[in-house]
Design a binder for this molecule. Structure first.
Ligand SMILES: [Zn+2]
Ligand SMILES: [Zn+2]
Length: 259
C-alpha cells in the first residue's frame, strides 16, 4: 500500500459501531497503530512465523506463516495501542480467529472464549449432528422425510451455535460484561465467528486489563482473498457483518482516544 492508501486509511473510520445504550456511533481512530502494524509486517516478513519472539530452535512449526500462503489464504492481524494506569504505552497484537488451528499464542491476545470449553461444546454438538447427517444421506432426496430431517438438523445446528455463542463474554470500558447475544445490537442471526476478529479480541483484552485504548489498526497478511478484496499489507476496517454490530457496545466508555 502506498502513502496515499495509508493516509486514506488513517483518516477513515476503521473501527466503529452503533451503541444501543448511548444511541450513537462510538469509534476508535487508527492513527499511531498504523506505524506499529508496519513494524509487525516487517517481523512477519523477516521471520515467517508468528512466534518470532522465540529463538528459531524453539519455534512451533504450526506457527509458521506458510499456511497463510496456501488455499486457506491469508488472515487479518491487528494492533491496539493502549495506555495503562501509569501512562505507559502498551502495544497489543492479535491474529483473527485461529492461526493454523492454534487459538492461544504467547505474545498475542487470547480469544474471547475458553478454547477447551469451545472444543468440548463442538464435539458434543457433533454427536447430535453427525447421525442426522448420515441419516439424511440415506433418504431419497426431496422426500417428505428428507425435508423433515433437514429441518431437524437446522434446528440442532442453531442450538449448537447458540451454546457456542453463550461461551463468549464480552467486556466494555464501562466495566460491563455481556453475552454475544446481548452485545450484538442487530435483530438478526449472529454470524459464525463473531467475536473472533482482531478488534473484539484486542478491545476485550484491554477492557479486562484496565487498559485505555488509544488507536487500532488491522491489516491483511498472506495470499490475497479469492475475490481480491483483501491483499497482503492492505489495511481494512473492522468487518460490517460480525464486528460492527458489537463494536458500539465494546467501545462504550472509551474516553478521549487520540487522533
Ligand atoms: Zn470482524
Ligand atoms: Zn455507548
Amino acid at each position: 500500500m502506498g502513502t496515499k492508501g495509508r493516509k486514506e486509511y488513517v483518516n477513515s473510520r476503521s473501527c466503529f459501531g452503533y451503541c444501543n445504550d448511548c444511541g450513537e456511533v462510538h469509534e476508535l481512530p487508527s492513527g499511531i497503530a498504523v506505524g506499529h502494524c508496519y513494524a509487525l509486517m516487517a517481523k512477519l516478513s523477516a521471520h515467517q512465523r508468528i512466534d518470532f519472539d522465540k529463538p528459531l530452535e524453539d519455534a512451533d512449526p504450526r506457527l509458521s506463516t506458510d499456511s497463510l500462503y496456501t488455499e486457506m489464504r491469508g488472515r487479518m492481524f491487528g494492533i491496539l495501542v493502549c495506555e495503562d494506569k501509569d501512562g505507559n504505552e502498551i502495544i497489543l497484537r492479535a491474529f483473527s480467529s485461529r492461526h493454523n488451528g492454534v487459538w492461544n499464542v504467547e505474545g498475542w491476545v487470547p480469544p474471547l472464549v475458553d478454547e477447551h470449553r469451545f472444543v468440548a461444546e463442538v464435539e458434543l454438538g457433533n454427536l447430535d449432528l453427525h447421525p442426522l447427517t448420515d441419516l439424511i444421506a440415506t433418504l431419497p432426496r426431496e422426500s417428505r422425510e428428507w425435508y423433515a430431517k433437514l429441518a431437524e438438523r437446522r434446528l440442532v445446528s442453531h442450538g449448537i451455535l447458540a451454546k457456542l455463542n453463550a461461551l463468549y463474554e464480552i467486556h466494555n470500558f464501562k466495566n460491563e460484561k455481556r453475552s454475544l447475544a446481548d452485545a450484538f445490537h442487530l435483530k438478526k442471526g449472529i454470524p459464525v465467528g463473531t467475536g473472533d476478529c482482531c478488534a473484539p479480541k484486542l478491545l476485550n483484552y484491554a477492557a479486562v486489563h484496565q487498559l485505555k485504548p488509544l488507536s487500532i489498526a488491522e491489516f491483511f497478511w498472506g495470499k490475497a482473498t479469492a475475490s481480491g478484496h483483501r491483499v497482503e499489507g492492505g489495511f481494512y476496517s473492522s468487518c460490517e457483518e460480525k464486528c460492527q454490530p458489537i463494536l458500539g457496545y465494546m467501545l462504550c466508555g472509551v474516553t478521549n482516544p487520540i487522533q
